[in-house]
Design a protein around this ligand. Sequence first.
Ligand code: AHR
Length: 648
Amino acid sequence: MKTIVAILTACLISTTVQAQKKLTVVTNQPVAEISPTMWGIFFEDINFGADGGLYAEMVKNRSFQFELPMTGWKEIKKDGNGKILIQNTGGNRNTRYAQLTVNAPAGRYGLTNEGFRGMGFHKGETYRFAIVAKKASGNAKLRVEAVNSAGAKIGEATIDQLPAEWNTATVSFTTTDSAMKGRLNVWFEGTGSVEVTRVSLFPAKTWKNRPNGMRPDLVQLLADMKPGFLRFPGGCIVEGRDLTNRYQWKETVGPVDDRKTIVNRWNMEFRHKPTPDYYQSFGLGFFEYFQLSEDIGAEPLPILNCGMACQFNSGEVVAMNEMDPYVQDALDLIEFANAPVTTKWGKLRADMGHPAPFNLKYIGIGNEQWDEQYIERYKLFHAVLKQKHPEIKIISSVGPSPEGKLFDYAWKELRALNTDIVDEHYYASPDWFLKNASRYDNYDRKGPKIFAGEYAAQSKAIASAENRNNWQCALSEAAFMTGLERNADVITMASYAPLFAHVDAWQWTPDLIWFDNLRSYGTPNYYVQKLFALNRGTHLLSVLSEGAVLNGKDSLYASAVLDKKGKVVIIKVVNAAASAATVALDLKGAKMAKGEAQIETLAASDKQAVNSLDSPTAIAPSKQIIRSKDKTIAIAPMSLNVITIPIQ
Ligand code: AHR
């Protein structure tokens, strides 16, 4: 096939040009297939990511199950009186209810809920209220009110007949105004005794309008990334600070009211950001995560506890001879996801509304564990899963650090076991990310594949409250990701972490997507992820400059893929320098087809620049058609560029 030199220019920049590079892309000898799971999403319930975030429930502590049962609630009175007593029926799950004695023949008495740092109401939208209650005596009626932060009413509905036996009563209302930090007032009018075990409020508009649904704006941001996989539920939340608050998937499926509320392990993790009101209702549980994966076209990737609590906290382990239930959890999860409806767990999946299997292909054993205690526990899972489910690929951990003694030890053991995919994590400086763009260039091609399972450049230091999602960090991640892509024969999965953060309730920064109660935005890091994911391609191509890979020379980084279906060559070029550069593309083995070549650029002139709720797309990609006349493509200073060229 003829070699052609693609002569193209984007004429983007008039800044002084420094680096000039000829990039030779070998289009007719793909190096490897790119895994469809290459770029994915890491979800964890941190920073109010689930309750108060993705999960659209607006009532905090809806079943009075937080350690302090009135957290989020306050008594309210208007020309009436009464008292509240928290009753506990004993037993194992969600056993509390509030008994309200109402004495308001000509007024009102009740409770108000503050939501998750307030409740966000959109003007003109419908909200669905539900109460699980019993009118024990008297004639009390119910009036619900949405109010704004000043206490002004913006929505209202009444229920005249409360159920005489435990039951759910529902009513909807439409708001007359918006409120960012609204509240929900639950008033009783009349006299008598009412018992309440759950109060719930959802917007009618959830993702796919599902009851018990998710915030549509947040899911849309995920769907827009077209992620290859969705890792859930974390993260250290899988491990728990101790084993009592580890994540147990079986506690998160079945009827929502039966899912036992527990403390969120991030609740008091950081002294600089205590969030004592952070619990897990599990309204968003494993069924919902599988469903979400399916909705957004991502492979589900559940991570299970491996009999170890977080080694940064208690580090508790389950005795080796007590591990059976943990291994059984993994087997049962595969049954829940994939088995026919005639099986116990397959039936539960069907009862929850999804008779078809979820086609689970991956399972993670342990989150970020290390040392011998992990390897010996991991081996138990490995042996059983490989024997009973050879079709499932297992993700194993090499700890929190991408190098060092523990990392090397875990790798040695996992390589000997011939594990499928090893999960490496990197939270490091932007400089580390730039330097590590070549990290995988010399990795063992015969060993396990790599999952870059958690990474994010830290502008200050790991877990510092001053970390920012600034352009410098995002750009360094882009440079690093060209290294991941260039090594797509060994890297089969990668995800930025963490995913979500509520602007008023976060514990960890930086995060990919930020939101308040009404709005959300993608950070520059989000747009980097999205550009890579939307331009994944199907086959890896070699791209060389002066005979070598371009992984930092003159602050330039490059990788290339072929999209066989779309018949395009896609070249990613990162310029980490503050000066412009040019590249001349030499496409070996391909003829340019008719159609438009284009360059999509993500750039900012200020390293500290960020997106925000008020300027959500201050840094966002912009596209330009490339003219096929001139010799070079201009590469803006501090930019990520995705160059797409149609080929015959
Ligand atoms: O992403 C935040 C935390 O970082 C994760 O929970 C954990 O796996 C890692 O230490």
